[in-house]
Design a protein around this ligand. Structure first.
Ligand SMILES: Cc1cc2nc3c(=O)[nH]c(=O)nc-3n(C[C@H](O)[C@H](O)[C@H](O)COP(=O)(O)O)c2cc1C
Length: 319
């Protein structure tokens, strides 16, 4: 199992966190090609849509060999539907792990007892884990949680419940649902979670720079980290943890074009419209790491592109 393989190496687990509309196959391939990440978590998919044979949703779980090991996240509230969806995904794509989303704070998700709402329903959460575990057998099952719904100490009672139900790994974002993305991720509380957890635990939240990983691990004593926004526009993040380096503009542009090609392979050239959000991240000044004259105007052009040749033409001016 990939979790034990990494833990036995006595090194922290470095993982790409699941992000809807961002950690798709194309982006995970880029992160993998650059290297440094031990495992990538793919964006959440709806268990209801999977069991309804929604072709688009099942297609979201497709991946190429170069992305392995990969963990596919699912969300839902009905234990049997979650179990059926996990089994379908295992048969379809055979990922190295299934992850259950118990951390999403978005109303569209929580209003149906999905995502972080499951932290208010420990019994239902445990049932989901038990059923999914039955359905996927030896495949590792991880659960992504927050500190709690309103109470930042909910995790203290919730972690034993999900472990007893069969979770093999827990990732914890150091905010409550009520906080959304306000405030900061509470690494001290994640350290408390680590003292409670019997299974490996990954720390998440506000590890924005590669240089912060060592500090986050020192404070939380977690078995690894889950990186989300830090990796957007910076797929070099995981390599930079042990090898700090500024990425040249020429290399940035090369990787952006490769990423765009993979994005087109996944969605077709019309899909480039959804690549604009990646472009916005790639060309934020704090991601580039140095000032580029005229970057503001270039950014405006980049987030309007519709074709690959438009993208090439703009980037040619840069490198
Ligand atoms: C655009 C975006 C999409 C996200 N989608 C998901 C998701 O599908 N599943 C999930 O568990 N968390 C999701 N998250 C939460 C992140 O995985 C992560 O927990 C959060 O951003 C905190 O980590 P960070 O400070 O490293 O960004 C998303 C976050 C962002 C910014």
């Amino acid at each position: 199992m990939w979790i034990n393989d990494i833990v036995q190496k006595n090194k922290p687990i470095l993982a790409l966190s699941p992000m809807a509309d961002m950690t798709d196959s194309a982006f995970c391939q880029i992160v993998r090609q650059i290297g440094g990440a031990d495992v990538v978590f793919r964006e959440m998919v709806s268990s209801e849509a999977v069991v309804r044979d929604n072709v688009k949703t099942l297609g979201m779980t497709d991946f190429v060999v170069g992305e392995r090991p990969i963990v596919q996240q699912i969300f839902g509230s009905d234990p049997l539907t979650m179990a059926r969806a996990a089994a379908i995904i295992m048969e379809h794509a055979n990922p190295e792990g299934i992850d259950i989303n118990m951390g999403c704070p978005v109303y569209k998700i929580t209003s149906n007892f999905n995502g972080c709402a499951l932290m208010k329903e420990p019994e239902r959460a445990a049932n989901i884990i038990r059923e999914v575990k039955n359905a996927i057998g030896e495949t590792p099952l991880s659960v992504k949680i927050r500190l709690g719904w309103n109470d930042p100490d909910d995790f203290k009672t919730f972690i034993p419940v999900i472990e007893d139900a069969g979770a093999n790994l827990i990732t914890i974002h150091g905010r409550t649902k009520a906080q959304g993305y306000s405030g900061v991720s509470d690494w001290a509380r994640i350290a408390e979670a680590k003292t409670i957890a019997r299974v490996p635990l990954l720390a998440n939240g506000d590890i924005h720079e590669p240089s912060q990983v060592v500090e986050a691990l020192a404070i939380t004593k977690a078995d690894g980290v889950l990186i989300a926004r830090g990796a957007l526009g910076n797929p070099w993040f995981f390599n930079q943890i042990n090898n700090p380096q500024i990425i040249s503009l020429a290399e940035r542009c090369l990787v952006v074009l490769n990423h765009a090609r993979l994005h087109i392979a996944q969605y077709g050239e019309r899909g480039l419209v959804t690549f604009r959000k990646h472009l916005a991240w790639y060309f934020k000044t704090n991601k580039i790491g140095f000032e580029i004259p005229g970057i503001k105007e270039i950014r405006v052009q980049l987030v309007r592109i519709s074709t690959f040749s438009e993208l090439e033409n703009i980037l040619e001016k840069l490198s």
